[in-house]
Design a binder for this molecule. Structure first.
Ligand code: FAD
Ligand code: NAP
Length: 312
């Protein structure tokens, strides 16, 4: 067998990829997991995770992902440090071109995750993990009785704001238009929530802070250009997520750039032998435990597919 041919390749090393690898190793499959540029995935960016089952004490995201990678490695997983640039799913074996090598495989699990969209401000980058967050469910707990800002005007923004209103003293939504884009029902709930305030027609132009983290947000009115500083201890960026699916576009059926699954098996995509798991498919469920569950499902689906080909 060619050195870079595997029965199964898993692209991505976040919770979905690592869980897929753990199950593949336990099933004794001939496989490799390709880590990508962010070994461990999105969770390595978050200092504490309080909702991972079985970790009653908070655990650092980097430590949790190190443990998952170690578990896969200890079980015998081949973990390859490479980033896939192009794929050809038109025929089997599938071909993958990475920065370092080329690969072929009979079955593929895509677990490339999704990236939260950011505003693109240098100050935003500076305070990631120190008050700037893209996940209220994950980080909201740390801002109990504090003042927070949520940016955006969509359903995610509304849901993040409603979630934070139960925890924080005051939630200010900063949205660049004169009306929210979120659906009517959510907008009504926002209006009915006394500790949610709207700053419409405004963009955040700078996130303010000191050594300890965020202390405020400077907003600018799009009509008048007037600026104003809002005091807050956290800024939740809720302007949408971008699934990492560019390299698969035009080769797999997608919906809003998320890979569509459920073609026969739960994680099967529109191309036979290609499976997908995690944030790359879970449009409304961006949670590590969901990604891990789907990673497990994808390996079970891939294993059944390989068994039909007599490849174990
Ligand atoms: P990811 O974790 O995004 O991993 C994707 C992997 O794919 C990475 O390893 C990357 O390197 C790799 N990859 C991407 N493209 C390529 C390519 N072309 N070639 C090779 N590899 C590639 N969820 C919770 O449940 N609890 C929390 O407390 C929590 N906190 C969060 C805090 C922050 C700041 C963020 C951003 C998210 C948080 N989440 C939390 C959400 C959680 O991180 C995601 O739901 C989860 O990481 C998704 O896992 P995944 O494996 O699908 O993808
Ligand atoms: P979205 O609908 O694309 O909304 C993103 C919001 O962020 C928009 O208001 C947009 O402003 C704003 N925005 C985007 N880029 C920005 C920038 N650079 N600076 C400032 N503001 C910016 O994204 P989403 O809310 O994440 O929703 C994505 C999809 O998931 C939608 O189909 C949504 O319906 C669905 N969803 C559904 C639910 C639900 O049903 N409960 C919950 C969450 C998500 P503009 O308005 O100016 O474009």
């Amino acid at each position: 067998m060619d050195k870079n041919h595997f029965h199964l390749i898993i692209i991505g090393s976040g919770p979905a990829g690592c869980t897929a690898a753990i199950y593949a190793a336990r099933a004794n499959l001939n496989f490799a997991m390709i880590t990508g540029l962010e070994p461990g995935g999105q969770l390595i960016k978050t200092p504490t995770i309080a909702n991972w089952p079985g970790e009653p004490e908070e655990i650092a995201g980097a430590l949790l992902m190190e443990k998952m990678m170690d578990q896969a490695r200890n079980l015998g997983a081949a973990i390859l440090s490479d980033n896939i640039e192009t794929v050809d799913l038109a025929k089997r074996p599938f071909s993958l071109k990475g920065n370092k090598a080329e690969y072929t495989c009979d079955a593929l699990i895509i677990a490339t995750g999704a990236s939260a969209k950011f505003l693109g401000l240098p100050s935003e980058k500076k305070y990631i993990g120190k008050g700037v967050s893209t996940c209220a469910i994950c980080d909201g707990f740390f801002y109990k009785n504090k003042e927070v800002v949520v940016v955006g005007g969509g359903n995610t923004t509304a849901e993040e704001a409603l979630y934070m209103a139960k925890i924080a003293k005051l939630v200010t939504i900063v949205h660049r238009r004169d009306t929210m884009r979120a659906e009517e029902g959510l907008v009504v709930q926002l209006q009915k929530t006394p500790n949610i305030k709207l700053e419409l027609n405004c963009n955040i132009v700078e996130i303010l802070g000191d050594d300890r983290g965020v202390t405020g947000a400077r907003i600018k009115n799009v009509n008048t250009n007037a600026t104003q500083d809002i005091v807050c201890q956290a800024v939740f960026i809720a302007i949408g997520h971008k699934p990492n699916t560019e390299i698969f576009s035009k080769q797999l059926e997608m919906e809003h750039n998320y890979i569509k699954i459920g073609y026969g098996a739960a994680t099967a995509t529109s191309v036979s032998g290609v499976f997908a798991a995690g944030d790359v498919v879970a449009k409304n469920y961006h949670q590590a435990v969901v990604a891990a569950g789907l990673g497990c499902t994808a390996t079970l689906d891939a294993k059944a597919f390989l068994a039909v080909l007599n490849l174990k």
